[in-house]
Design a protein around this ligand. Structure first.
Ligand code: DAH
Length: 363
């Protein structure tokens, strides 16, 4: 059958064929690499069945040795091929098992960190700053722990004046470096004086040369404090001060500026404004500014949004300016109130409770 001189006894051919088949079966039965290596040893190892057959050749005459040797080696090669195939299969299975175990399901929606949002009052503050900014107003910031002098005295409320009791506050048993009593500021109005004095100092040299002072045009938003607590008052609340001082700034400018602000803030031209006579120590004349909406749930009722007035000569003097030459207006509005009106919130305290169920509605 090899075409050679020797015809192999059928029994040996069969035996080799069976050997290959039994190796194939053993390899297939090995489910693990270690089992496969054991099976390999049984056939190809030092005392394995193929090795034993090859050792047996030694006793044969040369021709038979050559022919049988070739057949045995061929069987050995087939077994080695089967072994390599099974190794591949097991390796592939192991790889698949690992891939499966470490599988990443990229179609699962990710776990995100919740996004926060601006507090509704912060939104209002930003709107106020943007609107006044577009009208040429600077934005200033100042201390919440304020001296008695800036908070009251400089604003024309002398010590023991009854007007001080309009703004009961939190007093601190502490004085600043110059010996002035400190309290939590009751309004942002002290920023009028702080800003104006800094402005005057900045332009002092030019003014001394006789040049006119550039107009003061500023808003000062921030936190303020009073001993007050109900649905429309909180011990900590917000105000935004406004100040415009020049040589020819009048009440009509106040009306124009404040009306323009309200219309842009509430995004309606149908808004009505009313300047109702009032009293503040630091303005003369003084007014409360009320607004009324032409429609919506608040239609028709007057709502107070700001105090305002022409800056009192004594205050202008405390700015470091001559009240005979410099004149203007100021206002102090409540951003919390504006936020309540804009979003239809009935209780001011909701803004400061920190309840996310409420706050997340404004995201
Ligand atoms: N500071 C006043 C208050 O808190 C509000 C105010 C009224 C501010 C009139 C002003 C003003 O600038 O001109 O009640």
């Amino acid at each position: 059958m090899r075409g050679g001189l020797f015809v192999f006894p059928a029994t040996i051919m069969n035996a080799l064929e069976q050997l290959v088949e039994s190796a194939r079966a053993d390899f297939a039965a090995a489910g693990q690499p270690a089992e496969l290596e054991n099976a390999k040893a049984r056939f190809l190892g030092k005392t394995g069945r193929v090795t034993e057959l090859l050792k047996g050749l030694a006793a044969l005459p040369p021709d038979a040795k050559k022919a049988q040797g070739a057949e045995i080696n061929q069987a050995k090669q087939r077994i080695e091929t089967l072994l390599a195939e099974r190794r591949d299969q097991l390796g592939q299975a192991e790889l698949e098992r690992q891939l499966h175990a470490e599988a990443l399901d990229v179609t699962l929606p990710g776990r995100r960190r919740g996004t926060g949002g601006l507090h509704p009052v912060s939104r209002t503050m930003e709107r106020i700053e943007a609107i006044f900014g577009s009208m040429g107003f600077d934005v200033a910031d100042g201390p919440e722990i304020e001296t008695d002098w800036y908070n009251f005295t400089a604003l024309n409320s002398p010590e023991n004046h009854p007007a001080r009791s309009m703004q009961d506050t939190f007093y601190v048993d502490m004085k600043d470096a110059e010996g002035r009593w400190l309290n939590l500021r009751t309004h942002t109005s002290p920023m009028q004086v702080r800003y104006a004095r800094a402005h005057v100092a900045r332009h002092a040299a030019a003014m001394a040369r006789g040049e006119p002072m550039p107009e003061i045009r500023v808003i000062a938003p921030g936190r303020t404090y009073r001993v007050d607590s109900d649905a429309t008052h909180s011990p900590m609340f917000h105000q935004c001060e406004g100040l415009w001082i020049g040589e020819n700034v009048s009440f009509k400018d106040l009306k124009a500026v404040f009306s323009a602000f309200c219309r842009r803030f509430f995004e309606t031209d149908e808004l009505q404004l009313r300047f109702r006579p009032s009293f503040f120590p630091f303005t003369e004349p003084s007014a409360e500014i009320d607004i009324a909406f032409a429609d919506g749930p608040l239609k028709g009722s007057w709502l107070e949004v700001s105090g305002a007035g022409q800056v009192h000569p004594n205050v202008v003097r405390n700015f470091g300016l001559d009240p005979e030459r410099y004149i203007g207006f100021a206002f102090g509005m409540g951003p919390d109130r504006l936020t309540m009106l804009r979003y239809g919130v009935a209780d001011l305290r909701l803004f400061f409770d920190g309840d996310l169920r409420f706050l997340s509605q404004f995201r």
